[in-house]
Write a protein that binds this ligand. Sequence first.
Ligand code: CDT
Length: 313
Amino acid sequence: MPRILTVGVAQLGPIARTENRQHVVSRLLALMEGAAHMGSDLVVYPEAALTAFFGHWLVADEDELDSYFEHAMPNPAVQPLFEAARRLHIGFHLGYAELTVENGDKRRFNTSILVGRDGAIVGKYRKIHLPGYAEPHPEAPFQNLEKRYFDVGNLGWPVWEAFGGRVGMMVCNDRRWPEAYRVMGLQGVELILLGYNTPTHDPSMPQTDGLGNFHNHLVMQAGAYQNGTWVVAAAKAGLEEGVEMIGQSCIIAPSGELVAQCSTLGDEVQVARCDLDLCTSYKENIFNFARHRRCEHYGLIVERTGAGPVLGR
Ligand code: CDT
């Protein structure tokens, strides 16, 4: 029986700092209804989709910082999403800032969850690659304070049997790292879901400013092809609190081809029919890891050439 999944990528336009959860959730519900109307089994929302992306400025007051985080999931503000999922029989992927207490310590994570068509949480992932820095850069036009606000994710990269296939998650900056795809690729992942908040301007590398959309697709198309998996990526886009962010949310096939892409910088849904069985020919042939990977040689080559991380110590 063919394993066809109709997936909607739900891009969000900017969220104002003053916009409350209730209003954001009403936008997410409208996107979910649009995706369901187009026959989707699953809808994918962006990274930190419930608030403005507060990593872009300094929040000195701890109570104020806590207000950007979800203290439980689900909670009353997001409950309508879980109810709509059940009513519309559609799953969803949601990125949010998570505050939790582990061994008596307050921990903060940049988290995403996968929710099934029955409204139950299937899995949770916590972002591993946190970009930016912990101390503010006063000279920069906006901040990138993820290393200040979040702990490094401690759940690894699991893959879940869900929606008739093997599903994994990553968050924003993770998508630039081949290891993220490969760890899931080694577990046979067939569908990777992610969200992103990516400024068009990188104050530390302004020479790449015209390349944001290109690099966004480049890394995900390569990751999809090299691991024989679908990738679905939802942006928070547009001008948010003075920071311009890229859009072009997309759905990428295991061939590496873009099969759907958003064309605005606002709230928008695009849908694609994803045949999970397309992954198989890549996994069994060109990227048959068991037959063709040569792990035992990779370490040896690094050792013999003395190659190592020469930059960015
Ligand atoms: N949210 C997030 O991880 N954003 C980073 C910005 C890096 S600066 C180009 C990203 O990788 O898109």
